[in-house]
Design a protein around this ligand. Sequence first.
Ligand SMILES: Nc1nc2c(c(=O)[nH]1)N(C=O)[C@@H](CNc1ccc(C(=O)N[C@@H](CCC(=O)O)C(=O)O)cc1)CN2
Ligand SMILES: Nc1nc2c(ncn2[C@@H]2O[C@H](COP(=O)(O)OP(=O)(O)OP(=O)(O)O)[C@@H](O)[C@H]2O)c(=O)[nH]1
Ligand SMILES: [Mg+2]
Length: 458
Amino acid sequence: MDDTIAAIATPLGDGGIHIVRISGPDAWPIACQLFRPAPPQTLETIEPLKVAFGHIHDPATGRILDEVLLTRFVKPHSYTSEDVVEIHGHGGAFVATRILQGVLDQGARLALPGEFTRRAFLHGRLDLTQAEAVADVIHAASDKALSTALSQLQGELSRSLNALYDRLLAVLAQLEAAIDFPEEGLEFERKQAMAQQVSAVQKEIDALIATFRAGRIYREGLNVALVGKPNVGKSSLLNALLKEDRAIVTPHPGTTRDVLEERVRIRDLHLNIVDTAGIRHQPEVIEEEGIKRTRRALGQADLALVLLDLSMPLDANDDMLLDAVGATPRLIVLNKCDRPPQLDTDALAKRFQDETPFPISATTGEGLDALIDRLHARILAGAPSGEGALITRERHRQALAGSRDALQRVTESLNGDLSEDLVAVDLNTALEHLGGLLGKTFVEDLLDQIFDDFCIGK
Ligand SMILES: Nc1nc2c(c(=O)[nH]1)N(C=O)[C@@H](CNc1ccc(C(=O)N[C@@H](CCC(=O)O)C(=O)O)cc1)CN2
Ligand SMILES: Nc1nc2c(ncn2[C@@H]2O[C@H](COP(=O)(O)OP(=O)(O)OP(=O)(O)O)[C@@H](O)[C@H]2O)c(=O)[nH]1
Ligand SMILES: [Mg+2]
């Protein structure tokens, strides 16, 4: 951590401005080799956290490389808690790379992905949940995703976890006192009181674990599989939903799948909709493959949007599909309601007793608002009300579950008659899980996992 790192903190391409960021003990000396402030400013008069105007020179040739703004941060008052310099140059991959090269030539090392934030973590300016939140702010695709990430960055989750950690630490101190002075032992009442304190913490951990469903869906979006027989209007519905919010939609290719996935924003939330269509030719050959893909999409979905064609009777395709949906939570959507209905609605009502199918028309847009209302309500159903801390990642859930299980053993032991040493072991395990979640203790592998997903320059 004692070397000086540098990177272009903005995406490489033509744009308005680019930022070259330098962090470490040589950040300022390196900047001094390259930057000439415009008079009357001199290098000596540049104040931290103020913007200075000037030029970057190429020390090799003395020529001007760019006209820039520069900000100096003096440790520990910077993003990384180290000395930092930011050079704001003109947008453009070539000029940005040219300035970065100058910085590297002066002795800085190219930063690894996430290394600035990793340093902020290692210097204690952020804990691990806050560092994760930095990535979540960057990837946020809805208001909920953004507000969840920002409150985590601001330490909302950290505060809850630290409070629980401290309460357990206080119990551990009592236990250890009893271990150190065995002649005094632990009276029954003391043990009861400790068991109560522990189970109170356990309850709060359970409550945090229960926020995972909502937290994950806010952060990642609800995974929706759009399923239905060929021609029922799946792609039309997807397009209609996309049109609702065209500007903020970003199509991104499935990572391991060859199906199309689209991100659709619905008010303050977003969905990841997988369109399972498009396998129509040579049905005898492709049919099976199509069903396999549909099943795969369904397996990864939080919700299936099952499309039926209101303008024709249910057929064997629909049956096969409904079979495939199986236990995946679903919403039945009846498309083409602009056409004369052919679907036997009595039979339908019998078949889907507790469900209200949604009549829509993907082409006229009829019923779409109601469908969106329903989707929105369904996502929020069971979500924690209010502003409390949420957990958003499987890592959080696992750590909390580990802590909760250990605490369960602690309360059982305290209520039973186990020795203080053994109780302390479980209590320590519970603390380690919480500590690991916050990054109080960590292994490099975990940091690699978290920070490798970051961009270079973050
Ligand atoms: N130009 C620029 N914009 C940016 C960042 C940055 O590093 N540079 N950020 C990050 O990528 C985010 C802002 N986060 C930041 C967090 C802390 C500090 C910082 O210097 N903190 C010091 C001083 C604060 C103060 O003077 O009040 C500190 O905490 O001591 C800077 C940015 C988003 N925008
Ligand atoms: N009248 C009417 N026609 C519709 C509606 N939705 C879709 N269609 C028509 O139905 C046909 C099939 O629509 P698609 O959206 O391609 O259907 P799909 O389910 O994606 O079909 P595959 O990709 O082949 O599985 C097109 O001609 C659409 O214009 C609707 O609500 N009303
Ligand atoms: Mg289609």
